[in-house]
Write a protein that binds this ligand. Structure first.
Ligand code: ZN
Ligand code: ZN
Ligand code: ZN
Length: 133
């Protein structure tokens, strides 16, 4: 059957009724070669990040940096909520990932650190200002 991938929105063909992401976005579990489950999770996370980055404009909203996706991060403007980190813990569904990412602004690592040095870091419930010498 032909389905639309939930992440990249492209059409793909599958025999599985449960598959909602295309092979490009989530890896191919039927392959017996070096695509381990762990590797597939990495593929899935990267696909989700790539798509979320695109949805948020594809570049740092402060300085316009867009060279390397690994140097782009999600910052929660509402600091009561924790920053959204890719790759930590379990793989979320794309729906959860997307709704979480949409609460954030996209910034590069440098700008992200600048933001936090101004507003301080949240540890537990406390906001801690960090001073630099
Ligand atoms: Zn896809
Ligand atoms: Zn930046
Ligand atoms: Zn942040």
């Amino acid at each position: 059957m032909i389905k639309n991938c939930e992440i990249c929105n492209e059409k793909f063909e599958t025999n599985s009724s449960t598959r909602i992401y295309c092979y490009k976005c989530s890896g191919d579990s039927s392959r017996k070669d070096n695509q381990s489950r762990k590797h597939q999770k990495t593929i899935l996370r990267r696909s989700m990040k790539l798509q979320a980055v695109k949805l948020l404009g594809g570049k740092c909203c402060k300085c316009g940096y867009d060279k390397c996706i690994d140097a782009l991060e999600f910052h929660h403007e509402n600091q009561e909520e924790k920053d959204f980190k890719l790759g930590s813990g379990n793989t979320m569904s794309w729906k959860d990932y997307k709704s979480e990412a949409m609460k954030c602004i996209l910034v590069c690592s440098n700008c992200h650190k600048e933001i936090h040095s101004k507003i301080g870091y949240v540890y537990g419930n406390k906001r801690v200002m960090v001073e630099f010498i």
